[in-house]
Design a protein around this ligand. Structure first.
Ligand SMILES: [Zn+2]
Length: 95
């Protein structure tokens, strides 16, 4: 697999899906593994190593229906997460 991995330490699998060119800029879209900030009604869940089509020019991301379905399931799964991190929150008006 020639894909660049954001988390090369993790065991990962690409879907080897062929993506259409970017609908915003027409750039070539290649499959990569990305981290997704997934917001649910219970709060934020970060999902690592999601196979996604990423535009080489503008970095727009495209998810297959299958990947989207798996992310939705993972976001609501009750199993203990891989790890938990704290996230700093800033208000725009602080600046
Ligand atoms: Zn693009």
């Amino acid at each position: 697999m020639g894909a660049r991995l954001e988390n090369p330490d993790k065991e990962v699998s690409l879907m080897k899906h062929e993506y259409a060119n970017c609908s915003f800029c027409g750039g070539i879209v290649k499959e990569r593994l990305v981290n997704v900030d997934y917001r649910t009604k219970n709060g934020l869940v970060i999902i690592e190593n999601v196979p996604a089509g990423v535009c080489c020019q503008c970095n727009e991301r495209y998810f297959t229906a299958e990947a989207a379905k798996i992310m939705e399931k993972l976001a609501y799964i009750s199993k203990t997460p891989t790890r938990v991190v704290s996230v700093p929150i800033r208000r725009f008006s602080e600046y």
